[in-house]
Ligand binder design. Structure first.
Ligand code: PMV
Length: 288
């Protein structure tokens, strides 16, 4: 029997524009899903009855060419469908546990590649950042290219005190990606200009992450939020949370991931300021 975990993720900057080739930055989040796998002649995976989950497991089995195992979730700290990468974490933990049980010796890149097969079932044509972050963690710079995904680790020059806040509105990534496509199709030139600006923000963020220039990173988050609002993916509840965070002293705040609800992130000056924000939001919004 083998047990394995995988972590969740948050996008930091560059979401949506990433679909059109702009670089995107994401962070591993220290909330985990843990799965246990066991060789067994009869296949029994206890991940619920969701049809997509069943198809995703089939995709993993085909990719690894292994089908005689049982598996179950033994712990989960990642809320489903919130944007924290629950599906990728589940599949990475499963592949990692299978690799351990069957002695496949897969490294993080191999585990991520197998989990990507499952992500395609969940998300259509995902960029692959979720499975990369679930498998490798850290701070990842990710770019969709014609030759496949380009992945690099970002340098982090100073600790970041990021508060993640759940708007409580379930987000639908496919719907939000569709809204952006519609905006792009109706406003080609405007979208091209906004996309170029977003690319500039991501470049500046990579540089300022390395330098540890937190105040500048906050301003970049605010500008990225403006661009996301212009392409129609913010939601009144995202706006409310961002406003609250700014009033509590956030250096910058934005929606993270698909938008239309889901999570927001607020960058705080210190751990203490972050804890104060979490306390101020208590009773209104879940945050950590
Ligand atoms: O599903 P989420 O909330 O992690 O958002 C996905 C990020 C997008 O940029 C909207 C899509 C993508 O594949 O990059």
């Amino acid at each position: 029997m083998a047990t394995a975990s995988a972590n969740g993720k948050t996008i930091f900057l560059g979401e949506h524009f990433s679909v059109y080739g702009t670089r995107i930055i994401g962070f591993g989040v220290n909330k985990k899903i843990t799965v246990e796998a066991l060789r067994s002649p009869t296949m029994a995976v206890e991940f619920g009855k969701d049809e997509k989950v069943i198809l995703a497991i089939e995709a993993v089995k085909r990719y690894l060419n292994i089908d005689n195992f049982s598996a179950r979730i033994i712990a989960s700290e990642i809320p489903i469908g919130s944007g924290l990468g629950s599906s990728a974490a589940l599949m990475v933990a499963l592949v990692r546990a299978i690799s351990g049980e069957f002695g496949l010796g897969l490294d993080d890149a191999g585990i991520s590649a197998a989990a990507y097969e499952a992500e395609k079932i969940f998300h259509g044509a995902p960029s692959g950042i979720d499975n990369t972050l679930a498998a490798c963690g850290g701070a990842v710079i990710f770019q969709k290219t014609a030759l496949g995904p380009a992945v690099a680790q970002a340098g982090i020059g100073a600790p970041l005190h990021l508060v993640l806040i759940d708007t409580g509105i379930e987000k639908e990534t496919l719907k939000m990606v569709g809204i952006v496509r519609k905006f792009k199709d109706g406003n080609e030139f405007e979208f091209a200009a906004i996309n170029a600006e977003a690319g500039g923000l991501v470049n500046a963020a990579i540089e300022n992450l390395q330098r540890g220039n937190t105040a500048k990173l906050g301003r970049l988050m605010d500008k990225n939020q403006e661009l996301l609002a212009r392409i129609g993916v913010s939601h009144p509840e995202n706006d409310r949370v961002i406003e609250l965070a700014r009033r509590q002293g956030a250096l910058g705040a934005k929606l993270v991931g698909a938008g239309g609800g889901g999570f927001c992130a607020a960058l705080m000056e210190s751990r203490e300021a972050g804890e104060n924000l979490v306390a101020a939001l208590d009773g209104k919004y879940k945050s950590f």
